[in-house]
Design a protein around this ligand. Structure first.
Ligand code: V1D
Ligand code: CA
Length: 505
């Protein structure tokens, strides 16, 4: 059953064009978990700087999402927990002694300055990514500030406080009958699995290190419950898995899942802690081995949301996520790193590469064969794709609980009000896009000729409105989209300003 596939060079098919929406908030890199903590949101800013300096902004649409609101967050989390996350700070922590225990904040999940804002940025990105996929305005939506897969309904866990993935999937379920979640972080995607453990509307599939490793869940025989039985897939792996072994287990499992389950949307969590040399993860994937998962999932031509996750050797996380962003845009990025705001992090090679090491691979062919055989056998039980009666979800009316008619309720996930409405409401009129006081002057977009593109909001990042149309663009000031060629030429002063801003990063 298990066949060790050769690990061939990654290729892209330039004829297979995807519309890519990329979500980034300039504030995200400023949040700090604390000295000695290995989770560093700064890696998202490093990734962004590579992406921009590789000029991928010419290929995709770049948005700054609206941070999620408390109401939106309660589509999954409890009111009490959201209230706590919203209000707690390092200064008032003493007022929350009981809550610290019940909501599990502490060493792994410290209360840091701006915690609530950080969570809302992460969740807003994934929810808006889902909204854009729902309205068909993109084929690929990327949010590297998302992917926080351990967060529970009313509990922080493993550096994660709020579960942007669950919230994003709930949004996708408004339109998509079946959503597939794939998790390549070295840790088990327990929070997402738990949220959908008893439904067949979402199939979760996590690849992870198993055995004396956080969070301790994700055994081979954890396969879901009641209606969700066979709709949770766990692939427990041992230390040192290499590119060829990973590909040889990932590809047949994902192929069969997609063939049997026929998802209409996929969410791919790309935790960078499965890379070789990670500070926490014991796997041995090269950048290309990791990116092969992205490339393989993309090849199915199903709308996909690509999220971040863990990853603790931050220079390698940034390299890999930038490379993967290239793949999603049908570009194999050149090896030589462009000069960027964090160039010194990439010493001594200054190259875009993460190599495997010569560590031992504890995943024998026999072991991988046993896993593959078991997973594929379980999948046979999902042959009859669940057919869900879909009800059209109105995008311009608020479905309060007491408004929902009973027929509609049958298969619906309780969205506690529904966020599509809120996101539609957030559309700014076309003539009100210039709100630069609220948006910091971070990296701007640079046009084909190397000059900055002034798009009206001064930061090159569109504030997305979730309905598929830009709210900050006019025909002659379009942002960074390679399909459009009406870039604006800048003055030397503007170019200097950009260069200075890049250096400040
Ligand atoms: F090394 C550390 C330094 C400071 C604070 C925490 C850690 C640390 C390392 N590993 N914490 C862990 C893991 N926690 C424990 C706890 C000990 N307790 C009894 C449990 O082993 C948590 C690892 C979290 C991994 C998060 C993730 O990579 O999966 C992730 N994905 O998306 C976002 C994060
Ligand atoms: Ca995983």
């Amino acid at each position: 059953m298990y066949v060790r596939l050769p690990f061939d060079e990654l290729k892209v098919d330039p004829t297979q064009k995807k519309r890519v929406a990329y979500f980034y908030d300039q504030d995200v890199g400023n949040y700090f978990y604390g000295t000695g903590h290995c989770m560093k949101p700064h890696r998202i800013r490093m990734t962004h700087s590579l992406i921009m300096n590789y000029e991928l902004y010419k290929k995709m649409e770049i948005y700054r999402a609206q941070p999620a609101t408390n109401l939106e967050l309660t589509q999954f989390h409890t009111d009490e927990y959201i209230d706590f996350i919203d209000r707690v700070t390092p200064d008032n922590l003493g007022l929350f002694e009981r809550e610290q225990i019940i909501f599990n904040v502490g060493d792994d999940c410290p209360v840091f300055d701006g915690l609530g804002e950080f969570c809302k940025i992460s969740c807003g990105g994934s929810m808006e990514a889902a909204a854009r996929m729902n309205n068909g305005s993109c084929d690929v939506a990327i949010n590297y500030a998302g992917g926080l897969h351990h967060a529970k309904k009313s509990e922080a866990s493993g550096f994660c406080y709020l579960n942007d993935i669950v919230l994003g999937i709930i949004e996708l379920l408004r339109v998509h009958p079946r959503v597939l979640y794939i998790d390549t972080d070295v840790h088990h995607g327990d929070g997402v699995e738990e949220a959908f453990y008893s439904t067949d509307r979402v199939m979760t599939c996590s690849f992870h290190k198993f055995g004396e490793f956080f969070p301790g869940t994700g055994n081979l025989n954890d396969i879901g419950l009641s209606k969700g039985k066979y709709y949770s897939v766990n692939v427990p792996l041992r230390d040192g898995i290499d590119d060829a072994s990973y590909k040889s287990i990932f590809e047949p499992i994902i192929s069969k899942v997609i063939e049997w389950y026929r998802p209409s949307a996929i969410v791919l969590q790309c935790g960078g802690d499965s890379l070789s040399g990670d500070r926490l993860g014991p796997f041995n994937l090269s950048m290309r081995g990791h990116a092969n998962c992205v490339s393989f999932v993309k090849s199915f031509d199903i709308p996909v949301m690509v999220l971040g996750g863990g990853g603790y050797t931050i220079r390698n996380v940034a390299r890999t996520w930038a490379f993967e962003t290239g793949i999603l845009n049908n570009v194999i990025l050149p090896k030589e790193l462009p000069y960027n705001g964090y160039y010194e992090y990439y010493a001594p090679t200054y190259e875009l590469d993460v190599r495997s090491s010569n560590m031992n691979n504890a995943n024998s062919e026999e072991y991988l064969d046993k896993i593959l055989t078991s997973v594929l056998a379980n999948l046979d039980n999902t042959k009859h794709t669940p057919s869900v009666q879909m009800n059209e979800v109105p995008s311009s009316s608020w479905n309060f609980d007491d408004d929902v008619n009973e027929d509609d309720e049958k298969d619906a996930i309780d969205t506690n009000g529904g966020s599509q409405y809120a996101r539609d409401k957030a559309i700014q009129p076309d003539n009100e896009f210039y709100d630069d006081d609220d948006i910091d002057r971070g990296e701007k977009n640079i046009s084909d000729n190397g000059n900055t593109n002034t798009n009206g909001n001064g930061n090159g990042v569109a504030t997305s409105n979730g309905n598929g149309s830009h709210n900050n663009l006019e025909e002659d000031t379009t942002i960074n989209n390679g399909n459009k060629s009406n870039n604006v030429t800048l003055t030397d002063d503007e170019v200097n300003e950009i260069e200075q801003l890049n250096e400040e990063d």
